[in-house]
Structure formats: C-alpha cells, structure tokens
Design a protein around this ligand. Sequence first.
Ligand SMILES: Nc1ncnc2c1ncn2[C@@H]1O[C@H](COP(=O)(O)OP(=O)(O)OP(=O)(O)O)[C@@H](O)[C@H]1O
Length: 686
Amino acid sequence: DIESDLSLMANMCCPCGPQPNEPKPVPLSLASGVTTLALASNFWTTRRDEAVRLRMEGSGPASETPITTHQMFLQTVENFGDHPALASKKNDQWEIMTWRQYYEQCRAAAKSFLKLGLERYHGVGILGFNAPEWFISNIGCIFAGGLATGIYATNSPEACQYVAHNCEANVLVVEDNKQLQKILQVKDQLPHLKAIIQYKGELQQKAPFLYTWAEFMKLGEDVPNKDLNDIIDCLRANECCTLIYTSGTTGNPKGVMLSHDNITWTTTTAGNMVHLNFTEEVVISYLPLSHVAAQVNDMWMIMRFAGTTYFAEPDALKGSLGQTLKEVRPTSFLGVPRVWEKMQEKMKAIGAKASPMRKKVGDWAKSIGLQYNYSAMNGENAVPWGFTLANTLAFKKVRAALGLDRCKICFTGAAPITKETLEYFMSLNIPLLELYGMSESSGPHTISTNSDYRITSCGKVMPGCDLKLDKPDEDGNGEICFWGRNVFMGYLNMPDKTAEALDEIGWLHSGDLGRCDQYNFLYITGRLKEIIITAGGENIPPVPIEDALKAETPIISNVMLVGDKLKFLSMLITLKCVVDDDGKPTDKLGPEVLEFCQKNNVRTTKVSEIITNKEPVIYNVIQEGIERINAKATSNAQKVQKFVILERDFSVEGGELTPTMKLKRPVVMKMYKKKIEEMYAVTENK
Ligand SMILES: Nc1ncnc2c1ncn2[C@@H]1O[C@H](COP(=O)(O)OP(=O)(O)OP(=O)(O)O)[C@@H](O)[C@H]1O
C-alpha cells in the first residue's frame, strides 16, 4: 500500500514530518553560494558554450532571481531531504529513494561521468524507458557540466547516431541489451564517444568501454568532492544544461537548448499556477522522458515541489499503466491525447457490454456530469438535481477504477485532442485540463487550471509570459508567438533554423495558428507548419477536417489529409484494429469495427479482407462521413474528393507517429507515395 509506504518513510526519516507549503528560507550554500549570471548580450545562441540574456523584468513573476537546476535541487534537499523522491518496483515491491539519497546518487553519477572523461558542454545521451537511472544520469550529467540529452527509445540506430553525434556525446547511457546493440551498430560514427553504460540487466558482452550501472556508480568514488563542487560552482543559470530533440513532425530533429533558468523558472511558475503543494504531489512517469512534457512534469516539476515520482513498468502503454495508476493513485496525471482516447475506448467497450438497466443509469449519470461540469466551467456552479446520486453511483467508482480518485489535475497536452474526448471525460466528472507549448518553450506556455478553463481551449498564458497573434486574419486567427523566461536559447548549431523560430526581437514563432477569446483563453486553430496549399493556391489546415471525419465515423483510427501542391484533397484512412504486445497494429479489426460489421451482416474480421473485397458497407459509411463533412466545407477546394483505406494503422513502432502520437506527415507521404499517386493518376486518366 503506497500511502502507508509514504507515511512510513516520512515518519521514519523525519520525526516531525515535512512542513507542507512552508519551504524554509533557501540557503543556496553547499557547493554553490552565489547566483551570478554569465555575461551575455543576446537572447539567443546556437553555441553549446555560450550564455544568453534572460527575459527578466523589474517586477512580477518574471523578476524572480534566476537559479541553476543544482540550486533548485539543493533547496529541495535542504528543506525536504527525507521525503520520498523516487519510487520504482523491484521484485514487486516499491523501492523508495529520498531526496537526499537521490541527490547523493546524482553527485556520485556526476563524479563517475568526470572519471569517464565527460567534457564541459558535451552530451550524455540517455536511451531507454523511464527509471531512476534515467533521472540520475540526466542530473548527474548536468552537475558534471555536460548537456543532458534524452534519445527516444523508439529511434532507429541511425536516428540515435544523429542525436548522439549532434550533441557530441562523450557517454551514452542505455537501458538494456536491445538499446546497446543499436548503439554498437553506429559506434564507429561517434568520434566523441568514450563509454557506454547499461542500466538494466547483465551485460551480454565485455568491452573496455562498457559498464553496468553498478560499475559506473563506483567509478567516481575517488574523485574528490572539491573537483565536482568546482564545476557546480561554474554552472550559470543562463547557460545550457539540457538538449531536447524535437521528434520530427517537421523534418530532421533539432537540438533545443534549454538553460537552467528555462527549467527552474518554468517549473516554479507553472507549478504555482496549478497550485502544486510542497511534498504532496505524486506522479507516474511513463511518457517518453526525451520529450519535454514528460521530463518537465516527472523530473523537474516534482523536484521543485519535493513530490514523489513513481516509475511505471516498461509495458505501461501496452496495458500495465492501468494497474500502476490504481496502485499509485497520483495527485496529478499527464496524458497525451492518445492516452485519454485509449481510456475512453476501453470504458466505452465495457459500457457497451453492460445490461440495459446499467446502460440507462450510466447515460443518465453522464448527462448530469456534463451539465455539472459545463456549469462549473462557466463559473455558474449550478449543481443539477441528482448530482450527488450520480457521483456516488458512477463518478466516484469510475475515478477509483481508473486510479484517479485522489487526482486533482488531469492534464492533456502535446497534441490536439478532440472535443468528443474532452466531453466524454467531463461527463464522468473528470475534466481534462489542456496545456499548450513546445520543446522550445520548455514545455508549457498556456495552462488550464481547475478554476479557470474552457473546453477546447489550451488555457491562459503563464504569469510573467506573453503571447501575441502574428498577422491575424479577419477572424482573429494568427500565428501564436511566445515571450517569456521559458523561451529556449536556440537550436544547437543551427543558426538558420534558430532565426526562423526566434525573430529579431526575440519572440518565438510557434508555427501554430490560434485565436484568443474575450477572456484571454487561447484556442489552437491549426498548424502553419503543416498547412496544405493546394495547386489552386488555397490554404487548408488539415487537422479540423481530419478530426471532423474521425468524429463522424468512429470505426476510423487515423486520417491524414493529402493535397499539398495537388489538384484536390484526398485522405489516407486507417481502421481501428487490434494492437499486438509490441505496440504494432495487426490485421485484426478492433472491437468497434467488428461490432459495426456484425450489425451490418458483414462477415469479416480482418482489415486486409475489407480492402480486398472493397467491402461496400465500410467504404459507404466512410464515404457518407466524408459527404457530411464536405457539406460543411467553406469552399469547394476544402472538399475531400477521394480516399484510400490503408492496410496498416499508424503507430509509433511503424514510424508514422512520434512518441507523443503526433503524425509525422512527411514520413507518411513518403511511405504511401505510390498509393497517393494512384489516387491522383486515376482522375487524370478519366
Ligand atoms: N494542447 C495542444 N493542442 C494542440 N497542439 C498542441 C498542443 N500542445 C502542443 N501542441 C503541438 O505540439 C507542438 C510542439 O511539439 P513539440 O515541441 O513537442 O515537438 P515535437 O513533437 O518533439 O517535434 P516537432 O517540432 O518535430 O513537431 C506545438 O507547436 C503544437 O503544434
């Protein structure tokens, strides 16, 4: 039982218990006594060793004294050193590390990195699933003056090489033999690499540059404290400490340089905005840590507020997350839209099997939940008749079944989510709070809070930050531009790309389109970076059209609109199917499609059969969905003329989706080039 674990830990280590909400005055002593900034005149740089000017202001949240990540860690250790920091499962038991132990481990790792020859401003690449070792390597690297660099575990050997080479990694930390083999394939093309550490399992081969985690942690035992402290004292809040590589929806990954201040200021500001409480927060780490959202949420935010991070099992997204949620019962939970959609699909499937009576009760409760939450959202706070009963009969039970019973904040972010999913969770009295931002804004830029949110809006800009809509059209839609201490330093070694993202005065151009309502809630309305410009010159944002079809036709899993530089719009469509244990989509139809087929007397169970037989019922229902969305199109050019059903659904493993489930449009275009050409060729022949 985790709760008793936690209180036991707290009681054992600190008889008077931590003082929630009362951080003591902060002594920035120990290794670093001063908060000085490195000299800098520009807001941006593309050099690993150059500092930037911070976007500080004379008063308000943007005026806070900048601190390094090390100073932030020390504050937590000095105030809450005995509070549980990390929890991971070993032999079916949660093993807990306190903030002080965690800090000591990071120092030990830092010393070992120094021993291995980590040079200042060089990378340590970390490749693997979320684990204490992932955090310790990351922070140890920063303490030792390196640039911590997460690498997506799903990357191919070539993609790993690209990142490791780009950050001039001296050391790579890999999860297991599978990841190690990928690196060994490209090791010859990594001239800066000196050592590889494997943090799980036994090494299946020996080599002088290979270390197990235990060997690695011992390496630096004889490195004097002073050597490490001297480096820590050199760290400056306006210098780079970590690199976040973008996942490639827009082309080759770019190394987003984040400063210490980017991280420490953003976590403080965002955490305060959502009212995180010192020592009370518990999160589950399961989303890829190389992505900014998970890293900031699981590692930095929890450090700032002295919370506890529980690590999920590597098969979290294949099913075990549900069980971990029930065990840990987090106080806040961040899901990308696909995670929420999956939960929704599962609950709907269970609901569909319920008795007619239960279904009726469920529908009734959901209508009450929706009413209640819309009213709360609008600030009216009307409690509909029957709410208390619905809460007892349905909402509390659902929350407990999901492990969300003590969850105060359910976040969604990193990609667009549909109104249907948002309403579904609202109807269960679980309003999802949307966040918006990018790697280049150290994670969040706008945030929804429990007391201030609007459905389909990404919330309001963080205090101390600014937002402007560049070149707005007549409806007020313009390119969303960011200002604030969360704005990144630049892309490593990419002056041209940096100049595209940051204008002359330092505004970050997001490439997203949005508008604000009268209350300053931001709504994302499209992505300039993926806008389709047809051969006729019409600019068409694909996402609203794709979402509209998905909402019309629930048997569809993914849609990609095609039409850039082409005569008309078409669609690549995939059907919902069963996913195997490795996350790969199979040929088997998903339960929703199967049910639809059965209802319509179609005797098929496979995607391939539907395509081979050109199954009229399926093709017609999609055609009808398209006709309905076409009827609402604002111009003829916005109408979809053709579609093709693909044999295989999109997936991270297949390479069509990023690890946060965003569509890699250029990759899909390439993969299905022939099919696309066929759609357009047939018309031309006609
Ligand atoms: N709540 C949201 N709603 C809609 N879109 C969002 C939301 N949050 C983030 N995004 C999208 O994600 C983008 C940021 O993506 P991120 O920085 O995570 O990059 P990435 O996926 O790693 O890679 P790439 O730069 O290749 O897209 C934003 O510019 C926006 O388009």
